[in-house]
Design a protein. Structure first.
Lengths: 109, 111
């Protein structure tokens, strides 16, 4: 079955450092969505990418969809303590909304 | 606009009992998804309901079941509870290929 893996599983950075999480699928993705889950909270939608090679930015966050539509990345520039949480990628298909394994980010002040 | 609501927030059950979790989707959303999130782990897909019917289910035993009502709200039932069923159960609603909205979740503890 379809698997969506994310690396790293966990990263601990100092405030101000950059952070990147990678999402890799065994199959071609129709689209990629990114969600953030704060500790003790629920996943919250960040963005959706649909086109091959698409790049979108939200302030310090840069999202990229691979040319083959099998991978994606989320890059955070100059992390802040408010960036703490787990970041999930997901294929936003209709049938089951497949989530990646998630990357947990810790930011030390 | 009201978001996805789940009840109860917390639920404590003993092994072997049954648990019923409820979810009300955002108005206008006909699809409801259920996920299990064990402590510190990822989101495991449980069930997908759309227009009142079960459309897909994940790799969970039959004691995990549910239904969707005519108003699109949904119930998740877990029978013969086991200790490893302790987790956060999240409900999400969406339309088509758009983003999913999650509820706050039900924290189920089996003792």
């Amino acid at each position: 079955g379809q698997q969506v893996m994310q690396i790293p599983q966990y990263q601990h950075v100092q405030e101000g450092e950059d952070f990147t999480t990678y999402c890799n699928s065994s199959t071609t993705l129709s689209n990629i969505q990114w969600y953030k889950q704060r500790p003790g909270g629920h996943p919250v939608f960040l963005i959706q990418l649909v086109k091959s090679g698409e790049v979108k930015k939200q302030k310090r966050l840069t999202f990229q969809f691979g040319e083959a539509k099998k991978n994606s990345s989320l890059h955070i520039t100059a992390t802040q303590t408010t960036d703490v949480g787990t970041y999930f990628c997901a294929e936003g298909g209709f049938q089951k909304l497949v989530f990646g394994t998630g990357t947990r980010l810790l930011v030390s002040p | 606009e009201a978001g996805v609501t789940q009840s109860p927030t917390h639920l404590i059950k003993t092994r072997g009992q049954q648990a019923t979790l409820r979810c009300s989707p955002i108005s206008g959303h006909t699809s409801v998804y259920w996920y299990q999130q064990a402590l510190g782990l990822g989101l495991q897909f449980l069930l997908w309901y759309d227009e009142g019917e079960e459309r897909n289910r994940g790799n969970f035993p039959p004691r995990f079941s549910g239904r969707q009502f005519p108003n699109y709200s949904s119930e998740l039932n877990v029978n013969a509870l086991e200790l490893e069923d302790s987790a956060l159960y999240l409900c999400a609603s969406k339309t088509s290929l758009l983003k999913a909205f999650f509820g706050q979740g039900t924290r189920l503890t089996v003792v």
